[in-house]
Design a protein around this ligand. Structure first.
Ligand code: ZN
Length: 266
């Protein structure tokens, strides 16, 4: 049985715990304590930590997890100098097996140079949402899907800021994610969906899918108080950055949209 569990960390971060029978892996542990607590409840052994990029709110829990569990740390070889305790260096376009789960490494540079996403083609039997201020809840409508662990490359109805890369890189990263299986779960590292939908409504006021998602967000978040994971199909229909890829010049369109979003605030 393959299980996906959202673990709320810090103020608005999400770590993603994948439990595959007796073994577990975690993606982007911002802090160790909530991850260790949830791993203990699962009964599995934490064998690896996957990192999408080096920012402190993605690697903050690594040292303690390594010290406590001896888990491997898997990340982009290119960011070897910036990811703490990196023990397994992988390259984009490579496939690696972690905790018995095959994962494809996708180059999603832009937010940072060296940002990767992890694509899991295996389908999750159970998906548990758990946002800040909510309770853990099984999301039955999300079961039976593969998953993308996207870090800060993609958010619910948005994407991460361009801290290091170019708008060309951002457009390419979005294209890479947009081309995956649309039924995929989109496991983002932050719950920014509400703010992003406010921006989306402003820039695309006539888009009925965006309006419907915004109107239904509270119900969607439910008692878990989480809109994550989202699905790629939903993002393809309502994420203005993915919609901008259809523009005649997607690099310019994505770049301008990112610029406007930077000035929109949260
Ligand atoms: Zn980041």
């Amino acid at each position: 049985m393959l299980e996906l569990i959202q673990v709320p960390c810090l103020a608005d971060n999400a770590a993603w715990l994948v439990v595959n029978g007796a073994e577990a892996l975690v993606v982007d542990p911002a802090e160790a304590a909530p991850v260790l607590e949830r791993v203990a409840t699962s009964g599995a052994r934490l064998v690896a930590t996957l990192i999408t990029h080096h920012h402190p709110d993605h690697v903050g829990g690594v040292a303690e997890l390594v010290a406590t569990t001896g888990c491997a740390v898997v990340g982009n070889a290119r960011d070897g100098g910036r990811i703490p305790h990196l023990t397994r260096r992988v390259d984009p376009e490579q496939t690696t097996v972690v905790a018995g789960v095959p994962l494809e490494v996708l180059d999603t540079s832009g937010h940072t140079l060296g940002h990767v996403a992890w694509a899991c083609a295996r389908r999750f039997d159970v998906v548990r949402r758990h946002g800040h201020g909510g309770v853990e809840a099984v999301a039955e409508h999300l079961a039976g899907r593969p998953a993308l662990f996207v870090g800060d490359a993609l958010f619910g109805a948005g994407c991460g800021r361009l801290f290091e890369g170019t708008r060309e890189m951002l457009a390419q990263a979005l294209r890479t994610l947009a081309d995956r299986n649309p039924s995929s779960l989109v496991c983002c590292a932050h719950e920014y969906t509400a703010q992003n939908l406010r921006f989306a409504r402003q820039v695309l006021p006539d888009n009925a899918a965006i309006a419907a998602r915004a109107d239904g967000l509270d119900e969607e978040m439910g008692q878990a108080r989480s809109s994550l994971p989202s699905t790629l199909a939903l993002e393809l229909a309502t994420n203005p950055f993915l919609l901008a890829l259809a523009n005649a010049d997607p690099v310019v369109a994505v770049g301008e949209l990112r610029h406007r979003r930077d000035g929109f605030g949260s």
